[in-house]
Design a protein around this ligand. Sequence first.
Ligand code: GMT
Length: 377
Amino acid sequence: MKRTKIGITCYPTVGGSGVIATELAKLLAERGYEIHFITSSVPFRLKRIYPNIYYHEVEMNHYAVFQYPPYDLALANKMAEVINREQIDILHVHYAMPHAICAILAKQMVEHDVKIVTTLHGTDITVLGVDSSFKNMIRFGIEQSDRVTAVSHSLVEQTKDMLQVNREMDVIYNFVDEREYRQRNEAHLKEEYGIEDDDHVIIHISNFRQVKRVPDVIHSFHQIASHTKAKLLLVGDGPEYSKVCQLVSELGLRDRVLFLGKQENVSELLSISDLKLLLSEKESFGLVLLEAMACGVPCIGTDIGGIPEVIMDEYNGFICPVGDVDTIASRAITLLTNPEKWQMFSENGLKRVRTEFQSETIVKQYEDIYNDLLVQR
Ligand code: GMT
């Protein structure tokens, strides 16, 4: 029987959307699909050779005549080339802007009947969607795709409200590979980092963009550390990093905060953590919360976007108002100083990963969409 061929375009560098696109590709490849990545570099989570995963690089030539190198056109051109040569059945793009637009252009350039699936991850809707000069183009990308999925109900509602899109969109939640994200015994790491047995370990992982409100994490930690012995692990890097370093020094927290920068084996760091903080003002899902839950770590998040679809307030963590540092700190202290409650939240999180976000179920939801489209051809 002919193998179904799926083309995938995503941002290949660090970030939740690239992680989801790559993890989905790996699981589809394990199920016998042939996967063709069409990206600017090898996706960072593709760490080894997979016999039925191929990679097609979007190459950019820098001609003096172009003031700005036309990356989007180079991508559309590469997509068309790969669709024709490999006879791609489904082109699954992550982000409407620009990937869905490029896919639509590529589809018009080829004779082969390819279907386009677009997955919305948030930033193009919640950030670019407010810029009226892009609205029409993002709406076009969404409306012209054969199927559209979004990573949370909140993102579907926001897409409808902000872009006046009136089409069916399926919610398919994010997932983690449970073989990687699980409770591990990494006690030696604590010792190596100089974390003492009675230290409560709090972790924040992000790309340090303004929307992540990392200063709120520091201010909350400042209050937490004045009530209980605690250390804060900061994982990731980005535009707000220096500002955060400065704030940590100003608050006299230098010896309590470990700046770990970009890290690959996050599940090991989660396994030595007691609490995950994600205090963003915009977040369509919050994949890092799911990663934490899968490692048995309770979470505190803000009451925006898709976060309340991942954390159930008072069940596997707490939901607090954006910027309400006092409430966040007091909830954190309650949890960290009450071992029974902590244990219950940790177990509830693990249960929730199994029931709502199990990788097998989620991958099947994408497969159902592909199959629906394939029978229409
Ligand atoms: O959060 C970011 O800035 C990165 C961005 C990305 O492209 O990876 O994350 C978005 O997609 C993730 C995967 O679906 C979601 O978990 C994040 O919530 C979403 N970020 C925002 O909505 C700000």
